[in-house]
Design a binder for this molecule. Structure first.
Ligand code: GLA
Length: 401
């Protein structure tokens, strides 16, 4: 099923390239979206995250032209997000971010930051095609940046180091898309391995592929179809609160503060303006690191029940302490919990930046279809909206085809 989806996306991308430019593309690259199983809003605190690549991709078809600029068209087979438009992109000289952030910002940013890291290219023609849902917390933007950086490697013949590519893509997101994200998304879209989740230590940037080979368990992703806009004030506000608490306790990163220490310092934090809120934000980030490491052990042990409980606890913490959920997402998690293990659900939580977007649930593969049906119909009944649901196994990071 997933393979067919991938092949269809590739075939469509080639066809669009042929339509636009009248030739076959010379290069094809793909980068997946991602879902985070647990470890939310911990990356910018130097903590742990546990994401995996999903079977939804950004694909780019391209051919060098030797022209002065690159011409890139985008299409999205899932419709809504990328306009069917083309634009020109600079590949030399000083490349500056545009004032207004659009889809072109991610592309131009990844081109500029790749060149800065040594991937010098001439002009090229390209078509970008993606079926990663936009604004759903599944890293459509990191997937796009990483696909572009992978294309830049192919076009230039200059290979980036393993962590160099995600870091340059993160820079593109910071500078060109003006979103102060952490490193999780670009790392997993670049370096995910098939049938593995990725445990990433965001302080040391060391990562480990943790086998999730049991085909009896899958990730079920339910898009609430409530859009999030992370570049708003919410994400930077959360980040700043965490940084403030770390500083107050004499540390660079919240990762370096234990739960005991946080609790012992409660009065000191409460004495600050908005202290109650600061305390709750920090309690989430510190508790989430502990949960993430426990979840890794549970995965290794094949203990899905424990993994699921940790997901529910993560959700409660993101809802109550970090306050990044919303009623629609809470309803999806509640319904998943009601379906329960007997119905095929081990656990469920909000995933990604928050304020809408998707939930991720761990489900029994043989019951995934009935879970999706029950989740979808109950959601429609309670919330009055359609959820978009799909099931995925962990897939490989960026690659050249
Ligand atoms: C967004 C950011 C990530 C991470 C998550 C929350 O996806 O891009 O860096 O902070 O939110 O876990």
């Amino acid at each position: 099923m997933a393979e067919r989806l991938f092949e269809e996306l590739i075939a469509e991308t080639k066809r669009l390239f042929q339509e636009k430019y009248g030739t076959e593309p010379k290069i094809l690259v793909a980068a997946p979206g991602r879902v985070n199983l647990i470890g939310e809003h911990t990356d910018y605190n130097g903590g742990f995250v546990f994401p995996m690549g999903i079977e939804r991709w950004t694909v780019i078809a391209a051919t060098p032209t030797g022209a002065e600029k690159a011409t890139i068209w985008t299409n999205n087979s899932g419709a809504q997000y990328f306009p069917r438009v083309g634009a020109e992109f600079a590949v030399s000289g000083e490349i500056l971010p545009a004032d207004k952030v659009e889809w072109t910002s991610y592309v131009q940013g990844a081109i500029a930051c790749s060149i800065e890291k040594g991937a010098k290219v001439g002009g090229f023609n390209a078509v970008i095609n993606s079926n990663v849902p936009l604004g759903g917390g599944l890293s459509s933007s990191a997937s796009l940046e990483v696909a572009v950086a992978t294309l830049m490697e192919e076009l230039s013949g200059h290979k980036f180091g393993a962590t160099e590519k995600p870091l340059l893509c993160q820079k593109a997101e910071h500078v060109f898309a003006k979103m102060a994200c952490g490193i999780m998304d670009q790392f997993v879209c670049s370096l995910a391995q098939k049938d593995c989740a990725m445990l990433l230590d965001c302080r040391s940037q060391e990562f480990e592929a943790v086998p999730m080979t049991d085909p009896a368990v899958s990730a079920l992703i339910a898009n609430s179809n409530v859009k999030h806009a992370l570049s708003g004030s919410e994400y930077p506000e959360r980040r700043a609160s965490c940084e403030k608490v770390a500083k107050l306790l004499g540390r660079e990163l919240l990762r370096e503060v234990s739960m005991d220490e946080l609790i012992a310092s409660k009065d000191k934090i409460l004495a600050e303006e908005g202290g109650e809120r600061l305390f709750k934000r920090a309690r989430h980030a510190i508790g989430e690191d502990v949960r993430t490491l426990k979840a890794k052990d549970a995965l290794v042990a094949g203990d899905w029940t424990t993994f699921g409980e940790l997901m529910y606890a993560s959700h409660a913490s993101l809802r109550d302490d970090y306050e990044v959920s919303c009623p629609e997402i809470d309803a999806l998690v509640e319904i998943a919990r009601e379906i329960g293990e007997a119905g095929g659900v081990y656990g469920s939580r909000i995933t990604g930046g928050g304020f809408g977007g998707c939930t991720v649930s761990l489900v029994r593969t043989d019951k995934a279809e009935s879970v999706a049906e029950r989740l979808g119909s109950e959601y429609a009944k309670r919330v009055g909206k359609e959820a978009t649901i799909f099931v995925t196994r962990p897939t490989q990071g960026a690659r050249v085809l």
